[in-house]
Design a protein around this ligand. Structure first.
Ligand code: PNS
Length: 166
Protein backbone atom coordinates (compact mmCIF):
# COMPACT_ATOMS: atom_id res chain seq x y z
CA UNK A 1 0.00 0.00 0.00
CA UNK A 2 1.35 3.43 -0.86
CA UNK A 3 1.40 6.17 1.75
CA UNK A 4 -0.14 9.44 0.69
CA UNK A 5 0.37 12.58 2.77
CA UNK A 6 -1.49 15.88 2.70
CA UNK A 7 0.38 19.11 3.48
CA UNK A 8 -2.39 21.66 4.11
CA UNK A 9 -2.05 25.41 4.48
CA UNK A 10 -2.87 28.86 3.24
CA UNK A 11 0.47 29.45 1.45
CA UNK A 12 -0.06 33.21 1.12
CA UNK A 13 2.66 33.11 -0.09
CA UNK A 14 4.67 29.87 -0.34
CA UNK A 15 7.98 30.30 1.54
CA UNK A 16 11.23 28.37 1.36
CA UNK A 17 10.26 26.88 4.73
CA UNK A 18 7.21 25.30 3.06
CA UNK A 19 9.32 24.21 0.09
CA UNK A 20 11.82 22.55 2.44
CA UNK A 21 9.09 20.59 4.28
CA UNK A 22 7.46 19.50 1.01
CA UNK A 23 10.79 18.29 -0.42
CA UNK A 24 11.43 16.31 2.80
CA UNK A 25 7.90 14.89 2.65
CA UNK A 26 8.38 13.88 -0.98
CA UNK A 27 11.35 11.74 0.10
CA UNK A 28 9.44 10.15 2.97
CA UNK A 29 6.02 9.45 1.45
CA UNK A 30 5.00 7.87 -1.85
CA UNK A 31 2.99 10.98 -2.67
CA UNK A 32 2.49 14.34 -1.01
CA UNK A 33 -0.42 16.60 -1.88
CA UNK A 34 0.02 20.30 -1.15
CA UNK A 35 -3.54 21.35 -0.28
CA UNK A 36 -4.29 25.06 -0.41
CA UNK A 37 -7.20 26.11 1.78
CA UNK A 38 -9.92 28.02 -0.05
CA UNK A 39 -11.27 31.11 1.77
CA UNK A 40 -8.82 31.00 4.69
CA UNK A 41 -8.46 34.76 4.82
CA UNK A 42 -10.93 37.31 3.58
CA UNK A 43 -8.31 39.29 1.69
CA UNK A 44 -5.23 37.22 0.87
CA UNK A 45 -2.37 38.98 -0.92
CA UNK A 46 -2.12 36.20 -3.50
CA UNK A 47 -5.20 34.89 -5.27
CA UNK A 48 -5.91 31.18 -5.25
CA UNK A 49 -4.94 31.00 -8.93
CA UNK A 50 -1.58 32.63 -8.17
CA UNK A 51 -0.89 30.37 -5.19
CA UNK A 52 -1.61 27.27 -7.28
CA UNK A 53 0.45 28.56 -10.20
CA UNK A 54 3.44 29.27 -7.94
CA UNK A 55 3.34 25.92 -6.13
CA UNK A 56 2.92 23.99 -9.40
CA UNK A 57 5.86 25.82 -10.97
CA UNK A 58 8.10 25.30 -7.93
CA UNK A 59 7.38 21.54 -7.76
CA UNK A 60 7.21 20.72 -11.44
CA UNK A 61 10.45 18.69 -11.09
CA UNK A 62 9.06 16.48 -8.30
CA UNK A 63 6.64 13.97 -9.85
CA UNK A 64 5.24 12.75 -6.51
CA UNK A 65 4.18 16.26 -5.43
CA UNK A 66 0.66 17.31 -6.39
CA UNK A 67 -0.93 20.71 -5.76
CA UNK A 68 -4.65 20.93 -5.07
CA UNK A 69 -7.23 23.07 -3.23
CA UNK A 70 -9.58 22.09 -0.44
CA UNK A 71 -12.54 23.53 1.40
CA UNK A 72 -14.36 22.42 4.55
CA UNK A 73 -12.90 20.04 7.10
CA UNK A 74 -9.35 18.91 6.48
CA UNK A 75 -10.01 15.35 7.69
CA UNK A 76 -12.84 14.98 5.14
CA UNK A 77 -10.50 16.09 2.36
CA UNK A 78 -7.78 13.67 3.58
CA UNK A 79 -10.27 10.81 3.44
CA UNK A 80 -11.62 11.85 0.03
CA UNK A 81 -8.09 11.81 -1.38
CA UNK A 82 -7.38 8.35 0.10
CA UNK A 83 -4.51 9.78 2.19
CA UNK A 84 -3.37 8.53 5.59
CA UNK A 85 -1.15 11.32 6.87
CA UNK A 86 -1.35 15.08 7.52
CA UNK A 87 2.07 16.76 7.44
CA UNK A 88 2.66 19.96 9.40
CA UNK A 89 5.86 21.91 9.87
CA UNK A 90 7.05 22.80 13.36
CA UNK A 91 9.38 25.77 13.56
CA UNK A 92 9.60 26.73 17.21
CA UNK A 93 7.96 25.94 20.53
CA UNK A 94 5.51 28.76 19.80
CA UNK A 95 3.98 26.68 16.99
CA UNK A 96 3.40 23.77 19.30
CA UNK A 97 0.24 24.79 21.14
CA UNK A 98 -1.85 25.45 18.02
CA UNK A 99 -0.46 22.42 16.20
CA UNK A 100 -1.12 20.19 19.23
CA UNK A 101 -4.75 21.37 19.36
CA UNK A 102 -5.24 20.81 15.64
CA UNK A 103 -3.61 17.39 15.63
CA UNK A 104 -5.73 16.16 18.53
CA UNK A 105 -8.94 17.67 17.16
CA UNK A 106 -8.27 16.07 13.78
CA UNK A 107 -7.59 12.74 15.53
CA UNK A 108 -10.89 13.05 17.39
CA UNK A 109 -12.66 13.71 14.10
CA UNK A 110 -10.96 10.77 12.37
CA UNK A 111 -8.60 8.53 14.32
CA UNK A 112 -7.37 6.68 11.23
CA UNK A 113 -5.45 9.79 10.11
CA UNK A 114 -2.04 10.51 11.67
CA UNK A 115 -0.46 13.97 11.89
CA UNK A 116 3.30 13.92 11.29
CA UNK A 117 5.38 16.94 12.29
CA UNK A 118 8.50 17.82 10.38
CA UNK A 119 11.12 20.46 11.12
CA UNK A 120 12.39 22.70 8.34
CA UNK A 121 16.09 23.39 7.86
CA UNK A 122 17.25 25.76 10.58
CA UNK A 123 17.77 28.71 8.22
CA UNK A 124 13.99 28.73 7.66
CA UNK A 125 12.97 28.15 11.27
CA UNK A 126 11.93 31.76 11.90
CA UNK A 127 10.10 32.65 8.67
CA UNK A 128 6.37 32.76 8.09
CA UNK A 129 4.19 33.99 5.23
CA UNK A 130 2.95 36.79 7.47
CA UNK A 131 6.48 38.05 8.24
CA UNK A 132 7.50 37.83 4.59
CA UNK A 133 4.57 40.05 3.56
CA UNK A 134 5.21 42.53 6.36
CA UNK A 135 8.96 42.81 5.77
CA UNK A 136 8.61 43.10 2.00
CA UNK A 137 5.85 45.71 2.19
CA UNK A 138 8.08 47.84 4.43
CA UNK A 139 10.98 47.67 1.98
CA UNK A 140 12.97 44.82 3.62
CA UNK A 141 14.90 42.12 1.77
CA UNK A 142 13.32 38.65 1.52
CA UNK A 143 15.72 37.18 -1.03
CA UNK A 144 16.52 33.53 -0.23
CA UNK A 145 13.50 33.16 2.05
CA UNK A 146 10.92 32.62 -0.70
CA UNK A 147 11.11 31.04 -4.18
CA UNK A 148 12.32 33.53 -6.84
CA UNK A 149 8.87 33.45 -8.44
CA UNK A 150 7.29 34.63 -5.18
CA UNK A 151 9.84 37.44 -4.85
CA UNK A 152 9.05 38.57 -8.39
CA UNK A 153 5.29 38.47 -7.76
CA UNK A 154 5.75 40.45 -4.53
CA UNK A 155 7.62 43.11 -6.52
CA UNK A 156 4.74 43.25 -9.02
CA UNK A 157 2.15 43.63 -6.25
CA UNK A 158 3.76 45.93 -3.72
CA UNK A 159 3.87 49.68 -4.42
CA UNK A 160 7.27 50.79 -5.83
CA UNK A 161 7.69 53.38 -3.02
CA UNK A 162 7.97 50.59 -0.49
CA UNK A 163 10.61 48.69 -2.46
CA UNK A 164 13.61 50.97 -2.13
CA UNK A 165 15.61 48.58 0.10
CA UNK A 166 14.47 45.22 -1.32
O1 PNS B 1 -1.13 27.65 6.75
P1 PNS B 1 -2.02 27.58 7.95
O2 PNS B 1 -2.89 28.81 8.01
O3 PNS B 1 -1.26 27.34 9.23
O4 PNS B 1 -3.01 26.31 7.75
C1 PNS B 1 -4.07 26.05 8.64
C2 PNS B 1 -4.96 24.90 8.09
C3 PNS B 1 -5.35 25.16 6.67
C4 PNS B 1 -4.18 23.60 8.17
C5 PNS B 1 -6.22 24.80 9.02
O5 PNS B 1 -6.79 26.06 9.15
C6 PNS B 1 -7.26 23.82 8.50
O6 PNS B 1 -7.05 22.63 8.49
N1 PNS B 1 -8.41 24.34 8.03
C7 PNS B 1 -9.47 23.56 7.46
C8 PNS B 1 -10.71 23.52 8.35
C9 PNS B 1 -10.55 22.48 9.45
O7 PNS B 1 -10.46 21.29 9.22
N2 PNS B 1 -10.50 22.98 10.70
C10 PNS B 1 -10.34 22.15 11.88
C11 PNS B 1 -8.86 21.90 12.13
S1 PNS B 1 -8.63 21.09 13.70
Amino acid sequence: MSTVAIYPGTFDPLTNGHVDIIARGARLFDRIIVAVLVNAEKSPLFTMTERLEIARAVFKGLPNVEVDTFDGLLVDYVERRGAQVIVRGLRAVSDFEFEFQMALMNRRLNDKIETVFMMPAEQYSYISSRLIKEVFSLGGRVHGLVPDMVEQRLRDKVAPAAQTRS
